[in-house]
Design a protein around this ligand. Structure first.
Ligand code: NAD
Ligand code: LMR
Length: 338
């Protein structure tokens, strides 16, 4: 009857309102560079994540406005803005996860390594603050050049005597997100079902999609392999050129960083079988840092998985990328130690 239907509708309404305020919140997360292109979109996505109870937004300027704006969204996560270096340690205190998209982005014609001169010092200083305020937090580094900023973060934590190789991650998730999108489009696959591992690092030829390991199993012509590999390696530049001087990928990066942050938190929560490709301290090759699939758990990177079987084409790229990646790693380590 009408009363019954109204009561069903009321219960459904209550349920959907409850869903908007899911109550499993638990973790404290800081975004450093939160007022930037990536930082703002990423903060919105994290504010919507029911695993996060306390979101701290840190930047040199504009965080009070971003935090006030975000704080009006009715999700069960508290958001606080912190501005300027003297508020940095307060922003970090007690954090389980720190996500770092602070620093300058590329303009057309630049390589990611051209950002080193400015971003290396930014990442070093932010990580130094982490060693003091939240030495056990997981650190997700987005700031480029990731191939060097992860070694920089590592050296900073070593110097401070609180280094744990399982806790520092270079965020390469955007390379996986792009590979999945491009492969699904090229092969007419269900986008929700595609998984392409991407290994190596995060710059040009150091980005190596393993199309031979695509899930679901997929046949590619050699022309398709060449075109997809090169497009994935140059996808960041594709966006930089399309934005024509207004920066690099921000929205797709925020999406990718939110996925990586969630994977880290699900791992921390003890959920089994959480895997992401990410650039970490690694024994998988002779290089001290390398991106492969990693199992995330209560301590961070619990297991760094091997490369697995690869094609002759991929082996060729692997040999080439190791040369460039070695240089970027050494440059990052020298920056902190010399
Ligand atoms: P942006 O200029 O829009 O934002 C950067 C923010 O960092 C700004 O708000 C700025 O005030 C802040 N910042 C600068 N120095 C800081 C400091 N010392 N402490 C705190 N905040 C500081 O740039 P963006 O587009 O958001 O890109 C940020 C970085 O992310 C760039 O280095 C870019 O190359 C990198 N990036 C990485 C990936 C990846 O896949 N890993 C993808 C896209 C962009
Ligand atoms: C990307 O891959 O989009 C980022 O690393 C930003 C860039 O400079 O390309």
């Amino acid at each position: 009857d009408a009363r019954g239907r109204a009561s069903v509708r009321a219960r459904a309404g209550a349920r959907s309102r409850a869903n908007a305020l899911v109550t499993t919140s638990e973790y404290k997360v800081a975004v450093l560079g939160a007022a930037g292109g990536i930082g703002q979109s990423l903060s919105l996505l994290l504010k919507m994540n029911p695993l996060i109870s306390d979101l701290r937004l840190y930047d040199l300027a504009n965080t009070p406005g971003v935090a006030a704006d975000l704080s009006h969204t009715n999700t069960g996560c508290k958001v606080t803005g912190f501005m300027g270096a003297d508020q940095l340690e307060d922003a970090l205190k007690g954090c389980d996860l720190v996500v770092i998209p602070a620093g300058v982005p590329r303009k057309p014609g630049m390589t990611r390594d051209d950002l080193f001169a400015i971003n290396a010092g930014i990442v070093r200083d932010l990580c130094q603050a982490c060693t003091k305020a939240c030495p056990n937090a997981l650190i997700n580094i987005i700031s480029n050049p990731v191939n060097s900023t992860v070694p920089i973060a590592t050296e900073v934590f070593k110097k401070a005597g609180c280094y744990d190789a399982r806790k520092i991650f270079g965020v390469t998730t955007l390379d996986i997100v792009r590979s999945n999108t491009f492969v699904a489009e090229a092969k007419g696959l269900d986008i929700n079902d595609v998984d392409v591992p991407v290994i190596g690092g995060h710059a040009g030829i150091t980005i190596l999609p393993l199309l031979s390991q695509t899930y679901p199993k997929c046949e590619f012509t050699s022309d398709e392999i060449e075109k997809l590999t090169v497009r994935i390696q140059n996808a960041g530049t594709e966006v930089v050129e399309a934005k024509a001087g207004a920066g690099s990928a921000t929205l797709s990066m925020a999406y990718a960083a939110a996925r990586m942050a969630e994977a880290c938190l699900r791992g921390l929560s003890g959920e089994p079988d959480v895997y992401e490709c990410t650039y970490v301290a690694s024994n998988v090759t002779e290089l001290p840092f390398f991106a492969t699939k990693v199992r995330l758990g209560p301590n961070g990177a619990e297991e760094v998985l091997p490369i697995g079987d690869i094609s002759a084409y991929e082996a060729d790229w692997l040999a080439k990328l190791k040369v460039e990646l070695t240089g970027s790693i050494e440059k990052g380590m020298a920056f902190v130690n010399n």
